[in-house]
Design a protein around this ligand. Sequence first.
Ligand code: ZN
Ligand code: ZN
Length: 257
Amino acid sequence: MIDYHSHSIYSDGKNTYHETLNRAINKNLKEFGFSDHLCIYYPDWAIKKENFQNLINEIIKIKSRKDLPIEVKFGLEVDYIENREDEIRKCMELFPLDYVIGSVHYVGNWNFDTKSNGYRSKDINEFYKEYYRLIQKAARSGLFDIMGHIDVVKKFNYFPGFDLNTIYEQTAKVFSESDVIIEFNTSGKDKPCKEFYPSREFLQHCYNHDVPVTLGSDAHRAKDVARYFPEALEKLKLIGYTQLASFTNRERKFLDF
Ligand SMILES: [Zn+2]
Ligand SMILES: [Zn+2]
């Protein structure tokens, strides 16, 4: 199996690449991807500019090892910031990447992913509409291979007053047209929403629109690598998925599961 979403001490994770990789090896994964946060705002939870080269050197060194029983991938989780696409692209191009996860953590200046306060003063209907507008624009930007935790807006259990199926359907269609894939991100189960990202309903729309999927634990600690993967695979199978997408040098292929 593969885990394409993890964080290390280069961004907001708690462990080194080596500690995280050892856990992935112990979990018998076939492929493991490092995907620290890259954000052109340079918040304290993302990779610092002065660490770019060290991070690159470290991953290249790991990837060149011949003794590893696992395929290591160089990924990043990159923040989509509207109207800053060129800047994001230039920054990403500094890294020799296998894949890029595109995530939306900001609506306007608000990072809705880090703190639950802030939701109470917001119009939740508008927040959802704005988030899905941004995630669709992110998909269309051509910057990304994989869309990250696509319904993370549910994280703190704030839901809009309208039925989300129309937005899910539209968004799945945009993913399909933009030739991006989604990740089934298991971290949501440990969050207040207690559910993987995306929900079964949203996953079904993605499947109906032939949007491929890959797997990510979004581990910020080595011990969370591949968390809940047996359950995730069962859920994917129930929807109808039989393959996971894998990337090398930003080229996609598929693995049966
Ligand atoms: Zn994220
Ligand atoms: Zn992440």
